[in-house]
Design a protein around this ligand. Structure first.
Ligand code: ATP
Length: 376
């Protein structure tokens, strides 16, 4: 079994002036045996540091890491039964593909036959059979990345660690390698921990995703759960592109209903009559500030909605219209801030045009503006 458990894991860096910086602030995470776990978050959130601590490449300031049922805090990287694939591939330029893949096994003094068998098997899995005699500079970026993955595979580790392995590839190759790594996971049945700042990679590859911010874990969930049931504004805004729209306003009672009102700088305020579900969530917020969140795809061109409910509609001025093919991204300017809708491309929208949109309130979320937690 190769579950990986992080308990109250802390990493502090100390600079020359002896000031300390907490890059990882006591995180707890259980990565299940054979799970594909993605650590995702913006630059500097501590995801690589966490991965490097699991690999043993970075000392732990406090806390505990277990792999299987063994605490590995004081275990050398080479004895942790892990293999890591780096962003820059870290291949030896003077060695052939075969020797690059064989290198770790040679160091571990594996018999020559066993090394050849493992390298041939890995080359077969990765489609590198015909390139074993080449040097890295004779390979494309995607092929180099495959060699780096091959070097991990030959060690048959319990846990694979990937640190942004696709970020040096062009967009097309990234998509291809994404699928290859997912297939590899299915085939090798190993635990994989994958670090990326790319939420599309996270959504498409992860069994579960761990969203990090400022050295903390914001949420751990399966991709669609994360998308549909974000626990906080950070996750809601980070996962999804274009991101979720946030409206900052107040909840006020009107004619027996609760209405969300956002001031709009001298213009008519934005008003959304809350449906029963949202009103129940907002009942303790009457007269108080609240954040209303809705994804761009949950805002439709009202002309395309068959049974229109005026209480769910907004009219706003188009700032930018980006036709993407089947759908168009409409950026609205409400003076307070802008918001984005992803609408069908049937109609053409012009700059400055007033457009009525309909909100799918079933998909909307409310957040506390102070804690930034979702109301539930
Ligand atoms: P990125 O996607 O940019 O690699 P990340 O989420 O992986 O970001 P980390 O590399 O884990 O972030 O870094 C977390 C924080 O720790 C950052 O603020 C970084 O500047 C800091 N940090 C990382 N390594 C060191 C170091 N050796 N000394 C001091 N600070 C460091």
């Amino acid at each position: 079994m190769a579950e990986v458990t992080l308990k109250n894991l802390v990493k502090e860096y100390r600079d020359d002036k002896r000031t300390t910086f907490r890059a990882v602030k006591g995180i707890n995470l259980e990565i299940r045996d054979r799970e594909f776990m993605v650590l995702v978050g913006p630059s500097g959130c501590g995801k690589s540091t966490s991965l490097r601590m699991i690999a043993g490449l970075e000392d732990i300031t406090d806390g505990e890491i277990s792999i299987g049922d063994r605490v590995v805090n004081d275990v050398q990287p080479k004895d942790r039964d892990i293999a890591m694939v780096f962003q820059n591939y870290a291949l030896y330029p003077h060695m052939t593909v075969f020797d690059n893949m064989a290198f770790g096994l040679k160091l571990l003094k594996y018999p020559r036959d066993e090394i050849k068998k493992r390298v041939d098997d890995a080359a077969d899995i990765l489609g590198l059979e015909s390139m074993l005699d080449r040097k890295p500079k004779q390979l494309s970026g995607g092929q180099r990345q495959r060699v780096a993955v091959g070097r991990a595979i030959v060690r048959k580790p319990k846990v694979f660690l990937f640190d942004e392995p696709l970020s040096n590839l062009d967009a097309k190759m990234r998509v291809q390698m994404r699928t290859e790594i997912s297939k590899l996971h299915a085939r090798l049945n190993a635990t994989m921990i994958y670090v990326t700042h790319d939420q599309v990679e996270a959504m498409t590859m992860g069994d579960r995703i761990c969203v990090m911010k400022d050295g903390n874990i914001m949420q751990v969930a399966e991709p669609l759960d994360l998308y549909n049931r974000p626990e906080n504004m950070f996750t809601a805004g980070f996962i999804g592109s274009p991101p979720m729209n946030f409206f900052y306003g107040q909840v006020v009672p009107e004619g027996g209903r609760l209405v969300f009102v956002e001031k709009n700088d001298g213009n008519a305020p934005i008003r959304i009559t809350l449906d029963d579900r949202l009103a129940r969530l907002a009942k303790n917020y009457e007269g108080k500030s609240i954040v209303f969140g809705i994804r761009p795809e949950d805002i439709s061109d009202a002309l395309m909605v068959t049974h229109i409910d005026e209480s769910r509609c907004l009219t706003a001025k188009v700032d930018v219209s980006e036709p993407m093919g089947a759908e168009t991204y409409l950026y609205f300017d409400t003076t307070a801030h802008s918001f984005i809708a992803r609408v069908h491309s049937e109609h053409k929208f012009d700059f400055g045009q007033q457009v009525k949109v309909s909100l799918d309130l079933e998909k909307a979320h409310l957040f506390d503006p102070e804690t930034e937690d979702v109301l539930k």
